[in-house]
Design a protein around this ligand. Sequence first.
Ligand code: SF4
Ligand code: SF4
Length: 231
Amino acid sequence: MSPCAGCHAGCCRAFAVPLTGADILRIERELVWTFWDFVCRWEDLDGAIAGNLAPHFHFADEPETPFAICLLHTASRNFPGTTKCRFLMEEPPSREHPLGTAQCGIYSVRPGGCRAFPTRLHSSGLMAVLHEVPERGRLAEPEDAYVLCPRAWEPADVDPIAAPQELVVLHYEMQFFAQVAQVWNRAPGEWEDFPEFLRLVYANRVQAAEPGSATVEFKPADSAKPQMRAA
Ligand code: SF4
Ligand code: SF4
C-alpha cells in the first residue's frame, strides 16, 4: 500500500509547489478557473523553493526580489493557524487517523512537481531516484500539519513506467519555463500582467513551418512582450 494511503498530506502543507507555465494553463483550462484563483508568487531569497529546478521571476514592484511561481495556499481547517495547498481536501481526524486524511482535489491535472514527489530525475535522464523524505517540513514551525510521510518510500511504491516519464516532462517544461523567465526578467513587468504574458508565450508554442523551409526558428517568449505593449 502506498505511504500516501490514509496520510494527512504533510507534503501538500509543508512545501510551496513551484509551477510551470504549462501547469498553470492546463489547470486553468481544465477547471475553468483564472490564474488568480490558484497561483501566487513566493519570495525566494535563498532559492530554497525553486531548488535547482524552477526559475525565478522578478516584477516591476520589487525588481530585486526573486520570486518562485507557486500554488496558492489557504488556511487549513484541520490544523488551525497553518496553511495548505488550496486544492487539498481535508477529512476530519478520526480514531484511526488522528491527523485526519486529505486528498488532492485536482489529482488528474495536478502540477508536474506534485506528480514527481518524492522522486527526481537521475543524471542520465533515464531513471527516477527516490528522495530521502525528512520526517517533517517547515522545521521552525512545530505543528503536526507539517509531519511528512509515515514511512520511508521504497522503489516498489513508485510506478516504474509513469515516474520516469513524468520526471522527463517536468524537466522539459521547467527548461522551457526558464527560457520564459529569461525573457520576462530582461524588463520585468507588473505582476498583474504576468498571466497575459504567459498566455501569449504558450499560444506561440506551436508554429507552422515557413513554406519551403524544413525548420522553424525557436523563439519561445520574445514575441509576447511586444504584443502586450501593442494591446
Ligand atoms: S506526506 Fe508523504 S505519504 Fe503523505 S501524502 Fe505526501 S508523499 Fe504521500
Ligand atoms: S495540487 Fe494536489 S498534490 Fe499538489 S500540492 Fe495541491 S493538493 Fe497536493
